[in-house]
Write a protein that binds this ligand. Structure first.
Ligand code: ADP
Length: 600
């Protein structure tokens, strides 16, 4: 689990270092830079519409004062007022449209950048991150940032400007009255800031609890079969409900706070208006101001009160966005230890593999060494079988050949070159993997087979035939266009295996990494899968985690892996004659798993 808030509630990055908020703000602004063109027109709209709104009370008062002069004056001032409204509204449309548009463009860009950064991370990163958390970053955090840097920025600018312009005009109208109003402002500002700080913390906690809940929900829904079969519904509900209740409890406090705040702001605003009204009426009585000026004044007071209320409500959103942006930047900045591209490439790859004293510890479990000095070599085009008790380190060896992780000591050579000097994308294209329980994507069978590279339907069909998959695919109504998985056909275990073999073969890999299925398929399927695998192995370097006796018999070398070490090595016959671990332990295991294949 990634920790973005430490125990004391401070924001820390994924390495536990505290984060400075100014840095985030500056970067947020840099993010909006490409939208500068759109935004500058938006700002123009904002300036004009705010100016128009700010001038309205002035002209409103003029209409009233014109009422004491002539009909001509009345008409002129009413028309001016109406024109102000029209211009102001048109400009407000432009402002609203362009700021929102800029927001959408920003969030689309941000999401692509973020997704790119996520899928380029180390496998080790995914060992410790929960899927729900990462998808949350992509969907809700980016949304919060979008609102902040566009809608909220526009609101802040508009209201701030409004306050400045209104106050200036008021000062020109009547300095004494303005003084009365200004005396209230510091009280409101301080209160609003205090409230903003309080709400910021609450909102962050609210968001965190909600993220927890959605992670639980996602896990439950995506593993619904396991949940159902273990009758885990109540348990899942309880876990979910606890998280939701936590967020609800924060929500309760938030509602009270926002209600109180609105009430208090209302009291202060109305108080200010009453005060201005009282003082203004006094000035009017003494003949210092006209009814029109007083009306303008009251309208300004109202405008300023509303602007203040808006500003303070935005403050909370803004603070929330700073938190969200920080989590986004942390992910964006994260450099994978194992890069996904860059390094040596060549036209030809030799399938020779060599491990030199490889030691390895999973980054997520630093205390237990998984491989302890593993050395072996596989000559090009030969088959090496890995056997041994489960948990010994066989899959880990396979993962290291794909460079999912780097060894903590020692080297892995591919065609005589240290794997760390090679371009990972390049050499991964020369390696294909078929795992025990292959994952197929929710797209057509054709697209599943042609996942590693593009290819024509004829090519796909040719490969599917080699993988013994063509016949069953033909029985589907839509043949190769049949959708797999959710909203498509559910393939049987054996069928999935054969599609996965076809997908591997389609890459025409120099090296094939195989994890034989331990669970027995039905005899017919077993035979077809086995035949496909044997065909796939031809003319390739193969490393196979073996569970079948026939496989170890065919292998040119068998490595017995136990507790992270190679405890025995040799051909099947050599190991049998040794009378060691292989014979005692492994052979019994292999025989048990291979009954269906070899006895038929
Ligand atoms: P085998 O394939 O022989 O069954 P593995 O290579 O899967 O063995 O596992 C070797 C050891 O590494 C085990 O103790 C296992 O718990 C641990 N291990 C495997 N995968 C991971 C991982 N992604 N993160 C942390 N530890 C792991």
């Amino acid at each position: 689990v990634l920790h973005w808030l430490n125990d004391t509630g401070r924001e820390v990055d994924s390495d536990g270092k505290p984060v400075r908020q100014e840095v985030n703000l500056r970067r947020l602004i840099l993010l909006i830079k490409p939208e500068a063109g759109i935004l500058s027109i938006g700002v123009l709209g904002l300036l004009v519409s705010t100016g128009a709104t700010a001038a309205q009370p002035l002209f409103f008062g003029k209409v009233l004062d014109a009422a004491t002069h002539s009909m001509g004056d009345i008409n002129r001032s009413v028309i001016t007022l109406f024109l102000m409204y029209v211009v102001g509204s048109i400009m407000a449309i432009i402002r609203g449209w362009l700021f929102t548009l800029a927001g959408h463009r920003l969030v689309a860009r941000l999401r692509k950048m973020l997704f790119r950064s996520i899928i380029r991370q180390d496998i080790a990163f995914f060992d410790v991150s929960r899927t729900g958390e990462l998808t949350n970053r992509l969907s809700s955090d980016t949304q919060v940032v979008q609102n902040a840097v566009t809608v909220n920025v526009s609101m802040v600018a508009r209201n701030f400007l409004q306050i400045i312009v209104s106050l200036t005009l008021m000062l020109i109208l009547n300095a004494a009255l303005t003084g009365v109003l200004i005396s209230v402002i510091p009280v409101v500002t301080l209160g609003a800031m205090q409230y903003g700080r309080f709400v910021k913390n609450l909102r962050k906690r609210f968001q965190d609890f909600l993220a927890e809940a959605s992670t639980t929900a996602e896990e439950t829904i995506s593993s619904i079969r396991t949940v159902r079969s273990f009758t885990g519904e109540d348990k899942a509900l309880t876990t979910y409900a606890i998280d939701i209740d936590k967020s609800y409890n924060v929500g309760k406090k938030l509602s009270l706070a926002s209600g109180m705040f609105e009430g208090v702001v209302g009291i202060i605003a109305n108080g200010a208006i009453t005060l201005v009204l009282w003082y203004g009426a006094k000035l009017m009585l003494e003949g210092h101001v006209t009814a029109g000026v007083l009306t303008s004044f009251l309208l300004y007071t109202l405008q300023i009160a509303i602007a203040f209320a808006m500003l303070s409500s935005v403050y909370g959103d803004f603070m929330q966005a700073v938190g969200a942006s920080f989590r986004i930047f942390d992910l964006l900045d994260r450099q994978p230890v194992v890069p996904i591209e860059g390094g040596l490439k060549s036209n030809h790859i030799d399938g020779e593999i060599k491990f030199e004293d490889v030691q390895f510890t999973y980054p997520s479990r630093p205390d237990s060494e998984v491989l302890r000095g593993v050395s072996f070599s596989v000559s090009s085009g030969s088959i090496v079988a890995l056997v041994g008790p489960s948990g010994g380190g066989k899959s880990t060896i396979v993962s290291l050949i794909e460079r999912f992780y780097d060894p903590s000591f020692g080297r892995i050579l591919l065609g005589g070159r240290d794997i760390r000097t090679l371009d990972p994308q390049w050499f991964r294209r020369k390696i294909a993997m078929v795992s025990q329980e292959p994952t197929l994507f929710a797209c057509s069978i054709k697209d599943n087979i042609a996942y590693g590279r593009d290819g024509s339907t004829e090519e796909v069909m040719e490969i599917a035939k080699q993988a013994n998959a063509h016949n069953f695919i033909e029985t589907f109504e839509e043949n190769y266009d049949t959708l797999v998985g959710e909203r498509g056909v559910r393939l049987s275990g054996g069928q999935k295996q054969r599609v996965a073999i076809a997908r591997a073969l389609f890459m025409d890999p120099a090296i094939l990494l195989l994890d034989e299925a331990t669970s027995a398929l039905d005899a017919e399927s077993e035979h077809l899968v086995q035949e496909a695998i044997e065909r796939a192995m031809e003319n390739r370097t193969v490393i196979v985690i073996a569970h079948r006796l026939s496989t170890v018999r065919n292998a040119s070398k068998v490595l017995v892996i136990d507790k992270g070490q190679i405890v025995e090595a040799g051909t099947h016959d050599e190991l049998l004659s040794k009378d060691g671990v292989y014979k005692k332990l492994v052979l019994r295991q292999l025989m048990a798993g291979s009954v269906t294949v070899n006895d038929n």
